[in-house]
Design a binder for this molecule. Structure first.
Ligand code: TA6
Length: 301
């Protein structure tokens, strides 16, 4: 039986800094008001839905999102695991894996100077073995401060080698996606999912959004910079133990086909996803751990 919000709050609250609250869809969330930033993370999917350093929201959440068990929140930072996209050979399997649509365990809420870290976990059970017959423990730590630090750690608790994909599928809020510019991917090869998964070379220094854009950049550990002339800010994403970066904007038609997004929303969002997918999936021996990190900062321009 899951602990009530009141029970969790009595165990984890830090007066004036962090508390449990009832979020959308009556889903429990941790509300953070650190000295340097505010933020929110739901137990559902261990889903970060807000990060406001210096009061300005950096993440996009769709006003049409569903907030219910079994469905992913549209926006914020969905955690894709143990596969990315559709599960090969299993059309019935949930897209992007099963951890983003289930409730996680709240493990810790800690203040560290002007930042607050929230730790959550989820482990294999009979419901996960149905999709992925393995034993694992997945831990997630979100640190809300002058930067947003996201750390996803997998422990192989079984007796066989694990091979998994993972992505921190972050939706960044932008003033107008068609005016945003992403740098840091020049010279990378990418899989273009809008053109039959053809591989192409990123020749231009900047990635711009001029139509539906759905690209998996390969073998890149380079930081990304998203320049937003409308909101007059630059979002920088550094990454650790991640070999692929996904860039996605659905454009109007695809957005209109997504009931939890809508064609009136696609201009306000741009996804840059720290990940390990496809040929860069991770292999992990029994008893070993792997941590992928994303570090997000924002500066005015
Ligand atoms: O990361 C880009 C992507 O794989 C797109 O192909 C699109 O499917 C997007 O994820 C959203 O997926 P979702 O299952 O959350 O609707």
């Amino acid at each position: 039986m899951a602990a009530s919000i009141a029970e969790l709050d009595s165990r984890f609250r830090i007066p004036g800094v962090a508390q449990l609250a009832t979020g959308n869809g009556n889903l429990p969330k941790v509300q953070v008001s650190a000295p340097s930033a505010s933020g929110e993370i739901y137990l559902h999917g261990a889903h970060v839905t807000s990060w406001k350093p210096a009061g300005a929201e950096v993440l996009f959440v769709s006003p049409h999102s569903l907030w219910q068990d079994g469905k992913a929140i549209r926006g914020g930072v969905p955690i894709c695991f143990p596969w990315f996209g559709d599960k090969a050979g299993d059309p019935q399997a949930p897209a992007h894996g099963f951890v983003r649509a289930k409730s996680w365990e709240l493990e810790s809420v800690e203040q560290d100077g002007d930042a607050v870290s929230v730790g959550m976990s989820t482990v294999s059970d009979e419901s996960t073995r149905r999709w992925w017959p393995t034993d694992f423990r997945l831990e997630y730590r979100a640190t809300f401060g002058p930067e947003l630090l996201l750390e996803l750690t997998l422990t192989n608790t079984g007796a066989s080698l694990l091979r998994f994909e993972e992505a921190l599928h972050a939706y960044y809020r932008v003033g107008d996606a068609t005016q945003a510019r992403i740098t840091g991917l020049e010279g990378c090869w990418y899989i273009d999912k809008t053109d039959f998964f053809r591989e192409r070379l990123q020749r231009a220094p900047e990635v711009t959004i001029t139509s539906e854009t759905d690209r998996v950049y390969l073998n890149t550990e380079h930081p990304l910079e998203l320049s937003d002339p409308v909101l007059q800010r630059r979002i920088t994403v550094d990454k650790e133990n991640s070999r692929t970066t996904v860039v996605w904007n659905p454009w109007s038609e695809k957005a209109g086909a997504l009931k939890d997004l809508g064609e009136d929303q696609w201009k306000q969002m741009l996804c840059m996803e720290v990940s390990n997918v496809g040929h860069f999936a991770v292999e992990l021996a029994p008893g070993k751990q792997h941590t992928m990190r994303a570090r997000v900062t924002v500066a005015s321009i």
